[in-house]
Structures are given as C-alpha cells and as structure tokens.
Design a protein around this ligand. Structure first.
Ligand SMILES: C[S@@+](CC[C@H](N)C(=O)[O-])C[C@H]1O[C@@H](n2cnc3c(N)ncnc32)[C@H](O)[C@@H]1O
Length: 397
C-alpha cells in the first residue's frame, strides 16, 4: 500500500462505530457512573457520619484510626453495600457497552492497525513477542476489563486497544470536561510549561502508556518534542500507534517492561506516567523508579500522576479511595498509597531538594487563568475528587 492509500485509511478510533442502540446503552452507563461517582458519595458520607461513625464511637469510645477501620465498619452498612455493588456493576458495564461494536468490527480494526504499521510515516511501533508479561498484569483483569491489557484473541490483535479506548470514554463521559481525553497529560504539560519554562523537552517518555492517550497532549504543548511510549500490552500499542499516526503525533511505541528498559542512560528530557505505578507491586515500583532515574538526563524531569497517598488524606477519604484495591482488581492500590512518594523518589536517586509532590487543577475543567494562577502558586488547587485536580510527584535529576 502506498502513502496515498495509507492517508485514505480511516482513523482507527472511527472504525468500530457504535449503533444508535449501543450509543444509547453507553450513555446510560455514563449516567450510571456519574450517579455513583458524583451524586451518591455525599449520601455515602452521610451514612458513615450519621450511622456508622456514631455506632463505632459508641462501641469503641473513639473515632476510627484509619481507612481500614472505616472499611471494616462500613462493610455491613446497607448504603455502602448498594453503592459498592452499583459501582462494580457500572465498571463491568463500561466494557460490556463497547465490546459489541468492537467485536463486530474486529477485522477492520485490525486491518487498519496492520496497514498503518506496515507504512513508513510518523513515529514507529516496536513489538517484542518474547517479552514476559509481568504477573501484575497477567493474573487478573485489571479494572475488570476482559482480557486485561495484553490478551490477544486473534493474531496481531489491536481490538483490545479499541475496547480500552472506547471504554474509557464511556467511563468519564458523565464528568464535565472542556477537552475530551488526555486530561492528565495536558494538565501536567501545562503545569510544567508555566512552572518550569526553561524545560523544553525534546524526548519525552511515558511509561505504562497504554494507547498513548495521556502522552499525546504533551506533544500539543511541546510541539517539537518526540514522544516515546512503552507498555507490555501489544494490543494497546498497536491501537495507539495507529491512533497517533491518524492524529499526526510523532510517537515511538515500544513493547517493553518498565522495570528493565532497553534505552541508554541519560536518554530522555522528561519521563512521565499516569495511572500506572499503583498497579505495580512495591518491588516493581522501586525497580521502575530506578530505571526512570537511569534513563533521565541530568537536569531532566520525572512526573507521575497517581491518587493522593494516604499521608495526604483523612481516614474517610482513604477508605473511599481504596475501593479499587478491593473491588476493581487493583490489589496493590491500597499498599501503594501507604508509601511515601518523596521517600520513594529519594530511594531511586532523586535529591530531596529537587523532588516534589503537589496537586494541580485538571486543565480540562478550569479556565486558563485559574489554571495559571494555581501553577504560579497564587492560589491552591481545587480539592481532589472526580477529576477536579490531580496529585503528582516527581523530581529533577
Ligand atoms: C492503567 S494503565 C495506564 C493508563 C495510561 N497511562 C493512561 O494515562 O491512560 C497501566 C498500563 O501499564 C501497563 N504496564 C503494567 N506493567 C507494566 C510494566 N512493568 N512495564 C510497562 N508497562 C506496564 C499496562 O499494560 C497498562 O497498559
């Protein structure tokens, strides 16, 4: 296929289109998620404060010490049980709502991914069929997504990438955002641009990139930079490569284990991740942070976005945030949140005086002026929750 024909290929995100009824089902799931994540939590908190906390104090003559104690007390509360069940079901339905459109079009999705990969053009795709999938990914369906990030149902499968891509849009469609998709990447990139104007990264690496959705916005801000995204899941990378080409992003995707990267020392100006480290065991996380330090050039920056650690939250919020560890197949989440980001940065080699942890507004939910005011330190970031702000940490090498 020549370059002209390649340019006629549809963008891979447009291939598996939903029918009218599928779209209606997806809207229902997005609304259900909004109800569970935005509307119901105030009633959950009331159930805690008015019933569970009162009973706890009456029995123990003290308040709960941490999120775990609150969870134990909440387990028998009917409102918590109903809310938790609805949240679990909404999570499953997110994937179920997009599976039919992808399965019906699986051959076309894969044909587009293959055709794009066979073409010369922007960026690249490097897969390693000998790579051992880490246990943290292979033993369970993280986020309840059928097949997780790595399973290939047909040879050279990109369709699970389509399920992830469309599913995450259903997942967040109930939230009010001024830019769809990539909100974390855009927020961090804008924050870096305002806060560290001297940083003009040429080579940016996103570890655990999935389909690159949060890497692409860095290239909107740093237009001359070259993006690199690594992941262990080949279907995610195939989809991401085709999507990046269609959208005109210069991104090199590689199937690689972040604990053992094949890049040379001092190679990148900026290394980032989002929603990634909490899915790793403590030992894997330490290996990853050490690797990030190694591949970062002196003066380069590392930034990770995660849920805020336990040390930043009150016991009730810790209970609330740890839901995913128990019900969303993210078993490391609660343990990860008890670690100290700055201590982990120091262990990886970052100097304490050059490390940071902070909250930044979600660029897609606030005005430019408000975002800049927070980035310049003139006002605090909005409270954490429902994508209003992001917790980030990292350091300069
Ligand atoms: C929740 S997803 C990250 C989402 C993505 N960064 C975003 O912002 O939308 C976690 C990703 O990490 C990948 N992953 C897990 N362990 C990995 C490892 N050791 N090395 C590289 N990627 C890994 C998974 O395959 C998955 O795609």
């Amino acid at each position: 296929m020549d370059g002209d024909l390649a340019r006629q290929l549809p963008s891979i995100d447009q291939v598996a289109r939903a029918t009218h009824n599928e779209r209606a089902r997806q809207r229902f799931v997005s609304s259900l998620r909004k109800r569970v994540m935005v509307d119901m939590p105030q009633h959950l908190r009331a159930a805690y404060e008015n019933v569970v906390l009162r009973d706890f104090k009456r029995q123990k003559k003290r308040a709960p010490r941490d999120g775990r104690e609150i969870r134990q007390a909440m387990l028998s509360n009917p409102y918590f049980r109903a809310w938790s069940t609805l949240r679990y079901v909404a999570q499953e339905m997110t994937w179920w709502s997009v599976q039919p459109q992808v399965e019906r079009n699986v051959q076309q999705v894969n044909a587009v991914a293959r055709a794009v990969a066979a073409q010369p053009g922007l960026g690249s795709l490097q897969l390693d069929s000998t790579l051992a999938i880490p246990r943290d990914v292979s033993v369970m369906d993280i986020h309840l997504m059928p097949g997780c990030f790595h399973t290939e149902y047909v040879p050279q499968d990109a369709a699970p990438g389509a399920i992830y891509f469309h599913g995450t849009h259903v997942f967040s469609a109930g939230l009010k955002l001024r830019v769809k998709g990539g909100g974390v990447g855009r927020s961090i990139a804008e924050w870096l641009r305002i806060r560290f104007p001297q940083l003009q990264p040429q080579r940016i690496l996103d570890v655990g990139t999935t389909e690159g959705g949060n890497l692409m916005p860095y290239l909107d801000v740093y237009r001359d930079a070259e993006g690199h995204g690594i992941d262990v899941g080949a279907p995610m990378l195939r989809f991401g490569h085709a999507l990046a080409r269609a959208r005109g992003y210069n991104i090199h995707f590689a199937q690689m284990d972040a604990r053992r990267m094949t890049y040379p020392d001092n190679h990148f100006d900026l290394v980032v991740s989002s929603f990634f480290l909490h899915e790793q065991s403590a030992a894997s996380n330490r290996a990853i942070l050490r690797e990030v330090y190694r591949v970062l050039r002196p003066g380069g920056f590392m930034v990770h976005m995660e849920l805020p650690p336990a040390e930043e939250c009150d016991p009730y919020y810790n209970f609330y945030l740890d839901w995913d560890a128990y019900y969303n197949n993210e078993p490391h989440y609660a343990g990860f949140r008890t670690s100290s980001p700055l201590a982990e940065c120091a262990r990886a080699g970052f100097k304490p005086e050059r490390s940071f942890k902070t909250r930044i507004p979600n660029y897609t939910t606030v005005s430019d002026a408000e975002f800049a005011a927070v980035a310049r330190g003139e006002k605090p970031a909005p409270a954490h929750g429902n994508g209003a702000s992001w917790f980030i940490f990292g350091g300069a090498k």
